[in-house]
Structure formats: C-alpha cells, structure tokens
Design a protein around this ligand. Structure first.
Ligand code: ADE
Ligand code: ZN
Length: 330
C-alpha cells in the first residue's frame, strides 16, 4: 500500500491557509479584485518569511466575502485532504475573517461551512470538525469577541478553541479570559506555541491557558525538563514538519525534532498547517517522515490512532474513526 492510501487523521489545518492558489485567483477574478502581487508567476503564493506569510495569508483571505465563498472553499479543501487519505480532520476557523466577529454573521458562515462538510462526508467519506481560532496579533480584545462566537456555537461540530498568529506578540496570559470562556463552554483547547517562541513560550502557554494540545510545540525540545513535562502530562503536539522546514524554523528535515520528541515519550501528531503555502500535502509529510526517519506503516498507524484519541470530537465519532483505522483483515 502506498503511503498516500493510508487512512490519516489531521488535527492542525487552517481553512484559509489550505486554499489552493488557483481557487483564490479564481475568486479574485470573479470579483474583479487585483491581488496579483500575492502570487509568483507560476501561480504559487509568494512571500519571503513567516511575517510576510501572515500578510499574504490575510490578502488571500480578503477575496472570501460570503458564507457561499466559504462553502466552496471548504469543499475545495476537503477534496484535497480526502485525495491524500485523510478520513478525519479538524480545521481552524476565524470569525475575524468570517463576518468580522459579528455573532449573527458568524452563525451564517458556520452553517455554510458545516453544510459543505456534510456534503463532503457523504461524497468523499471525510469527517470534518471545527476549531474557532483567535488571532494573537489582533490582540486580546478581539480575541474575547472571537471566544464569544465560539462559546455561542459550541457543540458536536464546533469542538475547539485555539489561537494562531504571531507568537511573538503579547503574552499567553493576555488571552486567559477568552480561553476560560471557551473552556467553560466545553470546547477543547489548543494554542500555537513553540514555533517562533522558544521553550518559555510553551511553558507560559501551558500554565496560563491550560491547553490539552499545542500547535507546533516543537521548540520544547530546547528544554529537557519541559519535554519530560509534556510526556508526563500527555500534552499532544500538533507537529507540522513541512511547515517548519519551509518557514525556516529548522533548516532541513533531518534537523527537525519530531523523532526525538517521539523517542522521549511525547505524543506527536502530524499535520500540514497551510499546505499550498508550504508546498506540502499529508501524503508528502508521510513520504518525508519515511525517508528521513525510516517510519513505516506501523508507525503511521500508531500516529493516526494517537491523533484521533486527541481529537476534540464526541466519542461516537472517535469510535467510528478508530474502526476505520483498523487494518483490514486479509
Ligand atoms: N496561521 C496560519 N498558519 C500559521 C502558523 N504556522 N503559525 C501561526 N499562525 C498561523
Ligand atoms: Zn498553524
């Protein structure tokens, strides 16, 4: 069996960040918007570093104006995920981009995204759940409005609350109010940390926001005591190696710490983050892991099981996906 066909679970995927560049270019053309500056001549996204990436990401997202646009985006993204063997995915959703944090508008965007997810489940056999995500560099006040959108729509589909954006802006504790509100609404908690910030950023995030999962978290490797803590407490890392290498957090795959973290007992999972921006797919991540660290089918099976066990979905969904991950009897 090729690695592409293995059933996969992805926990860390930004919906807008997964937009194929041709999809965004098509929307811009329909709406007569000139965003040609965000593309290279070959049609791929053009940026020079992480901070520029955040700007280009927001420029690409500026073409998405309506629930209907997000419906189309969700179908385009899930088609690509399903083609890579993904059977369960959690995606980051931002009320900042979906109606400017207005609750009534957010409900309409969410309904459109869910409708597309239901359609994809019927036609492509992929299950999607949502994680509302505040954006760190937009500041704590906007995060509170975002958390309110999350808390008001929490349920069997909208299952988590998170934070993305510029990790070097502000402190985790600035966002504690928002995370407390989300936790009280029953949402699972995940926070981007240990990507651009070092081990201290991960430690402060754990103590101030109490997530069960960390987005990236890889720079915890710089502090052996923190690595032990992650392992002992069963904190799950949503590791995105292709993203880290493309953005220059690590110079190449063999320097990436995923293997060391795993050997030290930390629960790692693998995701693509913003796949077209980083020229990756889940199948490519698997191929690089196999080439670089010698991971085999059994390793990937355990990886997918760990991921679904860390998913924020309800237990019936988890049991159903676990069944699909069982190797077929031959
Ligand atoms: N938003 C989209 N991708 C991101 C990343 N890798 N880190 C922080 N925020 C993001
Ligand atoms: Zn991310």
């Amino acid at each position: 069996m090729s690695l592409k066909d293995l059933p996969k679970v992805e926990l860390h995927l930004h919906l807008e960040g997964a937009a194929p560049p041709a999809f965004i270019a098509g929307l811009a053309k329909e709406k007569n918007l000139d965003i040609s500056g965000i593309f290279k001549p070959a049609g791929t996204y053009d940026y020079v570093d992480f901070w520029h990436f955040l700007e280009i990401y927001e420029a690409a997202t500026s073409t998405l104006h309506s629930p209907e646009d997000y419906h189309r985006l969700t179908l385009a993204v899930l088609e690509e995920s399903a083609a890579n063997g993904v059977i369960y995915s959690e995606t980051f959703l931002s009320p900042d981009f979906c109606g400017g944090r207005d609750l009534a508008a957010w409900r309409e965007y969410l309904a459109a995204i869910r409708e597309a997810a239901d359609e994809a489940e019927r036609t492509m056999g992929i299950t999607l759940r949502g994680i509302v995500t505040c954006i760190r560099h937009f500041g704590p006040e906007k995060a509170k409005e975002t958390a309110l959108c999350a808390a008001e729509t929490a349920g069997d589909w909208l299952v988590g609350f998170g934070m993305a954006g510029d990790e070097l802006k502000g402190k985790p504790g600035d966002f504690a109010y928002s995370f407390d509100m989300a936790r009280e609404a029953g949402l699972g908690i995940t926070v981007h940390a240990g990507e651009w910030g070092g081990a201290d950023s991960v430690r402060n995030t754990l103590s101030d926001l109490r997530p069960s999962r960390i987005g990236h978290g890889v720079r915890a490797i710089e502090d052996p005591g923190l690595v032990d803590k992650l392992a002992e407490e069963g904190i799950v890392l949503e590791v995105c190696p292709g993203s880290n290498v493309f953005l220059g957090v690590y110079p190449n795959w063999s320097d990436h710490p995923i293997q060391k973290l795993r050997e030290r007992g930390v629960k790692v999972t693998v995701s693509t983050d913003d796949p077209p921006f980083f020229h990756t797919t889940m199948a490519r991540e698997y191929d690089r892991l196999a080439e670089t660290f010698g991971w085999e089918e059994g390793d990937f099976g355990a990886l997918a099981t760990d991921a679904i066990n860390a998913a924020f979905c309800d237990e019936n969904t988890r049991t159903r996906i676990l069944k699909q991950l069982e190797p077929a009897d031959v």
